[in-house]
Design a protein around this ligand. Structure first.
Ligand code: UDP
Length: 235
């Protein structure tokens, strides 16, 4: 395996599968199987999960809700997704811990960096819920932050698109995919990989990002093995 410790970022929307809202148990089970394939090979896996399938703070704010209140709801949505993912992983016989950035002690462990790293060393998958614990941030920022903290080798952003293109491939059939691209070029070309806060945090800490299609079973193993199937953002 090319990578020993990875941070996998899954968006909340990815969990919807073909639904319009909520969680598709089949999609979760597929993800769990893919994750099992790599944990069986000794790869240490940490996961940050989004909440966009349930609630986004900006959506609340556009309907007149206080933004911070909405962001708190969004963070709780990521905890709901984290619990669902934990169940799916445990159904696949993967030992798992959920750690949250906001304390919900009866439900999950609080985020403690050293504990998280120890879980990983013991072969447990660690899911980080609650984003960064702060409003006005995204789970992409949480993913980069946690990846740096736990000294992950790479951040794998699993999406429904198979990499980074020069234009939106879902709207433009002539879009061209990059196999690899530098952080600077992403910024110069104005490409959308993550929000700027998350992206620059990754750049400043030399943490490579690989964007790949997580919805194709087997792709996660390919990426972790070093196969160039997505787009790698590097220095
Ligand atoms: N959120 C937040 N702080 C964080 C991470 C998330 O306030 O550190 C809130 C924010 O309202 C966001 C929602 O949680 O809209 C869900 O996260 P995100 O939009 O990143 O989920 P994804 O797009 O990955 O599904």
């Amino acid at each position: 395996m090319k990578y020993k410790r990875i941070l996998l970022k899954l968006s909340g929307e990815a969990l919807m599968g073909n639904r319009q809202y909520g969680i598709d148990p089949e999609r979760l089970a597929e993800y769990a199987q893919d994750i099992k394939t790599i944990t069986d090979k000794g790869v240490q896996v940490a996961i940050v999960i989004g909440g966009g399938n349930i609630f986004r703070g900006v959506a609340g704010a556009s309907n007149g809700m206080d933004r911070v209140q909405g962001d708190h709801m969004g963070m709780l949505a990521t905890v709901i997704n984290g619990l669902a993912l934990q169940s799916a992983l445990e159904d696949a016989q993967i030992p798992t811990r959920l750690q949250t950035a906001i304390k919900i002690n009866e439900v999950a462990e609080p985020f403690i960096r050293r504990k998280a790293m120890r879980h990983l060393e013991k072969g447990r998958v660690v899911i980080f819920g609650g984003g960064t614990g702060n409003p006005y941030f995204t789970t992409d920022s949480a993913a980069v932050l946690r990846a740096i903290e736990i000294e992950a080798d790479v951040i794998l952003k699993g999406t429904r698109v198979d990499g980074i293109y020069n234009t939106d491939p879902e709207k433009d059939s002539s879009a061209i995919k990059f196999n690899s691209i530098s952080f600077d070029d992403v910024l110069k070309k104005g490409l959308k990989v993550m929000d700027t806060t998350a992206f620059t945090l990754s750049q400043e800490n030399n943490l490579p990002i690989i964007v790949f299609d997580m919805n194709k079973p087997g792709n996660l193993l390919k990426v972790v093995s070093g196969e160039a199937i997505g787009t790698e953002v590097n220095i």
